[in-house]
Design a protein around this ligand. Sequence first.
Ligand SMILES: C[S@@+](CC[C@H](N)C(=O)[O-])C[C@H]1O[C@@H](n2cnc3c(N)ncnc32)[C@H](O)[C@@H]1O
Ligand code: SF4
Length: 385
Amino acid sequence: MFNFSTLPPLSLYIHFPWCVRKCPYCDFNSHAVKGDIPETDYINALITDLEQELPLIWGRPINSIFLGGGTPSLFTPEVLDRLFSALRARLAFAPDIEITLEANPGAIERERFSEYRAVGINRLSIGVQSFNNDQLQALGRIHNRRDAYNAAEAAHAAGIDNFNLDLMFALPRQTLPQALSDLDEAMALEPAHLSWYQLTIEPNTLFHQQPPTLPDDEHSWEMQQQGRAKLATAGYTQYEVSAYARGAQCLHNLNYWRFGDYLGIGAGAHGKISQANTQTICRRWKIKQPTAYLSQAGSEERLGGTQVLSENDAALEFMMNALRLQQGFPTELFMQHTGLSLDLIEEPLIAAEDRGWILRRKDQIMPTEDGQRFLNNLLGLFLPD
Ligand SMILES: C[S@@+](CC[C@H](N)C(=O)[O-])C[C@H]1O[C@@H](n2cnc3c(N)ncnc32)[C@H](O)[C@@H]1O
Ligand code: SF4
């Protein structure tokens, strides 16, 4: 039985589904833009989408907003200003709300960051991927090393020091010194946060059809180990599988990893909402195709689907998220954010402890180094029989 006495914190995710070009490794809901982006129509559709979701979250404050993509930085500050006026009129923003915009160094003009800041955006996530021009080209990126420097410098100049740089490693034909040099260059730009992902080949991407030559597992592991050490020495503390921060962890992503609630608006956006009146946790997602999403604005057809979570789903999903965190989670968080008793997962917790994959302190559960390395095996223990 779910039993929510309080509800988890709430965030808002807004999806912007267009990019200048589709990158060959990307399986996100992003589409190469043909002609002009229908900015005004899309903002109107987002506002209508939000209005239809409001009854699910009446009265709850919003702690963070993430404008992700695709490439949200293709949208002008003027239209985002209109969107934010509409959001503020309909939602209670927490006083210290974090508002992040994803920006592509190839789709940003220098002055824009201060205009975005005036709109209310107080954090940026800049998709750099690499500082090596050959690798950027192999990744099909629309920007070069200089553009990445300009974007980071423009963020500082606009007074947004709280920015993240996205980097990837184990890139096609990448050597260990190249991977480490990307980290050095990134840190020289003084980001508050670094996301450092191992490139994965996803189905339904061009790289899946025409696989590039990637470093083998042993070399990738070496990159990861040496990269981690380098980041730690420079004061970037790892707090999740791919996330490193010097002070400023990403509140929005932390809410996902702690199994918080989030509304999702925009094409293909996912949401997860707990409700005390029905004692349920429900996932809901919007239709993916931008043109269909636009034409269905205001109708129930904008929903791609919904799913009410079972107790087992909720327990597994909590663990899939929370065990990504280096510090794990306080035991009471499980009860607060799933509405369930920890007894439900006592058996797999014992099995994980026996294998040396988790540590159980009095009121904290955390993955060990082995648990982090073999995360999928660890999570397998929480799958229903
Ligand atoms: C939602 S994506 C979009 C960011 C933005 N559109 C950009 O590319 O500049 C966020 C990040 O996920 C990472 N990413 C995307 N596809 C990946 C893949 N196949 N393997 C590893 N990381 C990936 C990239 O670092 C990317 O910047
Ligand atoms: S710019 Fe980002 S979202 Fe767009 S295709 Fe490339 S990786 Fe995907």
